[in-house]
Design a protein around this ligand. Sequence first.
Ligand code: GLA
Length: 391
Amino acid sequence: MACRIPEVASLVKEAQEVFQKVFGGAALVAAVAPGRVNIIGEHTDYNDGFVFPMALPMVTVVVGRRVEGSRCRVHTTSPMADKPHQVEFPAPSPSAPLQPGSPSWANYVKGVVANFQGSISGFDAVVTTSVPLGGGLSSSASLEVATYTFLEALTGIHAPSLREKALACQRAEHDFANMPCGIMDQFISTMGKQGNALLIDCRSMESTLVPLSDPSVTLVITNSNVRHTLSGSEYPTRRRQCSEAAAALGKQSLRDATMKDLEEHKSSLSEEAFRRARHVISEIGRTQQAVEVLKRGDYTTFGKLMTDSHYSLRDDFEVSCPELDQLVVAAVEVQGVFGSRMTGGGFGGCTVSLMKVESVDKFIAHTRQKYNGSPTFYVCSPSEGAHSLPL
Ligand code: GLA
């Protein structure tokens, strides 16, 4: 059986009840922002390439209200968050900017408060989430974007554009969580639309909605429920390797390079740098092609591109792990599964598989039988990006 995904309304209710208990009185403002699954286009966003994610029905909710003075208090209901589950900090001022610290979950909130384009005074807030933490489904971006949306609702000051809002949340992650992420996660959490995936050109920052609402096919996310410690340290290394490879090819970024360029410069690159660049260049091409074939309803080719993406991430970019590889191999053995790949940064977390709706049960049973761990499954359709909710 796939996991039941809690309704947004029930998460909001839970947050309101906790708010009442912890802070007393009623929360007056609520905001919600989704996690994401990247369907194809992995490790391409920080290479100015294309990505193709969709917003998930799993979301982070922030409810709260303004208070007199400048004290901000935030409480999380997430049992997975590091302790303490409640923090207090002063609203930032030019003479006293906010600093990251511990607990780490609060850094995402503080980072957004620090990067909010408007002045903030005191508030109390409660955070609840249905995005699995550390599963590669952007629980952090959903917390950042939910926090920004909450602050917009609280202050009435809105970001000049959705792009500016996503970029402010990305800065929060860079500066307060020390994670040099690309723009994908914050963009899709901000701009997702129900029934659509989003093709994002990470160079121009233009995005295009692509319908993904055929009732006969679905995406299933499989959480390996493992996370290797490498995930934090290897990401900046990959970023650096990519920019070094681009420089060796005489390009501003790998977006500008072709396979021909790469072959011509083979001797000036290490074997490893060559493979890193080959992944990025081929993945950018696969992503563009995938969107074209999807528009024609060619799921077979789309699925093959997904699986090719996985092999490239495994062999050339080396960000997969045995558990994810096992899940992908098991997935593509099932009739009616078009393709499967790891999603997100890698080294654990989730795979995403495209299949006929009628194959879902068989897929789940087969994966359980083949995988040496305890996976969880989410049947997901593209959901709405961040928004505030009336209380
Ligand atoms: C993480 C980052 C994203 C992106 C992916 C890999 O999720 O936050 O910006 O780079 O890894 O595609």
